[in-house]
Design a protein around this ligand. Structure first.
Ligand SMILES: Cc1cc2nc3c(=O)[nH]c(=O)nc-3n(C[C@H](O)[C@H](O)[C@H](O)COP(=O)(O)OP(=O)(O)OC[C@H]3O[C@@H](n4cnc5c(N)ncnc54)[C@H](O)[C@@H]3O)c2cc1C
Ligand code: SF4
Ligand code: SF4
Length: 424
């Protein structure tokens, strides 16, 4: 295991998830993010001003993730491959507008809105499209239903919501944080060194995540839709029904919308562009969140389906907020059987089971890998057949040599814009 001494090494060895947490962690305000089209959002450090204090590495989810021993009563059948799940529910946002606009059944947005309306929360730190540059994601701080609605739906492109944890810290009242599982790990690691972030994070919600495709993925998508980048006014990756169509709306052509199905968009075009670190991700279902939401893919999809969410209560706090949101009428949920989760997320289960073999292959090639504790990776690997075990090992060995993962990446140029993204 390599000891990382600089954040640049995390980037060079392809282990950055692009969460943005290191930006705020730097006491010298010396780290800037830039989107590298074939890699993802990446930090750039002004090496001349770096004092090598290592604060940035303390919050980085890319290189290390540790599960504390579980002390809660959890669903036993799920703990090996899915982490702590206290309760699992399936259903949707009671508000039909939220349900329709959202990526799945709108559970994330309905929960966030409930917290604003009834729990005295000040806002929601999450991700949305930059209004002036609609293909770019920015951290956003929503305070109303209209703002939350405008930011519904999965954005299958780089997003770094952790860059703006300061908005939570500065808030007078608690806030909701919504992010991918790696973003939530960055939140927990940041909380360990920034106590004010513990007090002000009232609820952490994770969305399930198979991988983040790079900006080149979005470019390929636009090309397939014959939608020139500079003419795109709005790009929805999914949502407005379940799972909804990928839709590009072009400027000056009000009625025109270029569309692809979910299978064409995610399956054929975007997923081959996933970030390297996502292949090594041990947590695709938000194991460190209070509540995690994903798709009930076990269901047969019907035309005009308004959408449903799988909702996992992962902490006691998450369970209590979830119950209050149901009682207040924001969510319509029914208890789901444990087998619903593996039946819905077959590829995520497969990834977890393959991970030990993948990491072993990289270790054999002396490629630096992240350190994971408490994920039962060896036990998960044992569930595979001998052929599949060998395949996970040999496949990664082959790919690593072919794609030259044995060599670190060359640094990219620092971002031209030295200012941080302003809050929106
Ligand atoms: C990169 C990516 C990979 C995904 N992979 C899976 C998967 O493997 N399995 C699965 O079931 N579902 C996956 N999803 C979809 C997502 O988990 C579900 O749509 C989830 O159920 C949320 O649905 P909802 O209707 O409750 O959310 P909504 O009410 O629509 O709210 C979505 C929330 O997610 C936030 N968000 C959107 N995109 C991003 C992003 N890129 N980074 C951080 N936050 C974001 C928004 O700000 C919003 O608050 C993925 C989504 C993304 C962005
Ligand atoms: S903290 Fe996040 S953005 Fe910074 S290097 Fe680590 S994974 Fe990348
Ligand atoms: S797969 Fe894992 S590392 Fe990649 S974006 Fe999703 S949560 Fe982060």
């Amino acid at each position: 295991m390599k000891n990382f001494e600089r954040i640049e090494q995390v980037v060079e060895w392809r282990l950055c998830t692009g969460c943005g947490a290191c930006v705020l962690a730097c006491p010298e305000n010396n780290i800037r993010l830039a989107d590298v089209p074939d890699r993802g959002i990446r930090p750039h450090v002004d090496t001349n001003r770096c004092k090598h204090c290592g604060e940035c590495l303390k919050v980085c989810p890319g290189i290390e993730i540790t599960h504390a021993p579980c002390t809660q009563a959890v669903i036993d059948e799920l703990s090996l491959s899915w982490g702590p799940v206290l309760e699992m529910w399936e259903g949707y946002a009671a508000d039909p507008e939220i349900r329709f606009e959202a990526g799945s059944g709108g559970a994330v947005t309905a929960l966030a809105l409930y917290c604003l309306d009834h729990e005295g929360f000040a806002g929601v730190l999450h991700t949305g499209a930059e209004p002036e540059a609609p293909l770019q994601n920015v951290p956003v701080f929503s305070k109303s239903k209209a703002e939350l609605l405008a930011r519904t739906g999965a954005r299958y492109s780089p997003a770094a919501p952790c860059e703006r944890f300061d908005l939570i810290e500065k808030s007078a009242e608690p806030c909701v944080f919504v992010g991918k599982p790696c973003d939530v790990v960055a939140l927990r690691k940041s909380q360990a060194v920034r106590p004010q972030l513990i007090d002000k994070t009232g609820l952490a919600i994770a969305i399930f995540c198979a991988a983040t495709p790079t900006t080149n993925g979005t470019n390929a998508l636009l090309q397939a839709m014959d939608a020139p980048r500079d003419q795109v006014e709005e790009l929805r990756y999914r949502g407005r029904g379940w799972p909804g169509l990928t839709t590009a709306k072009l400027r000056g052509k009000p009625a025109e919308a270029r569309q692809l199905t979910y299978e064409q968009s995610w399956g054929n075009i975007l997923s081959p562009h996933r970030q390297f670190r996502c292949r090594l991700c041990p947590d695709s279902t938000g194991e460190f969140a209070d509540i995690a939401c994903g798709d009930p893919w076990y269901r047969e999809r019907k035309e005009d389906d308004p959408g449903r969410s799988l909702v996992l209560a992962r902490t006691q706090k998450g369970r209590e907020v979830l119950h209050r949101a149901m009682e207040a009428g924001y969510l319509k949920l029914e208890k789901a059987a444990p087998e619903t989760l593996p039946a819905s997320q077959k590829s995520l289960l497969r990834k977890r089971q393959n991970l030990y073999g993948r990491l072993l292959a990289l270790r054999i090639l002396r490629i630096p890998i992240p350190q994971y504790k408490g994920f039962s990776l060896a036990k998960n690997w044992m569930a595979l057949s001998i052929t599949d075990k060998l395949r996970s090992l040999a496949g990664t060995l082959k790919r690593a040599l072919k794609r030259r993962w044995t060599k670190p990446l060359k640094p990219t140029r620092p971002p031209a814009n030295a200012e941080k993204n302003p809050p929106t």
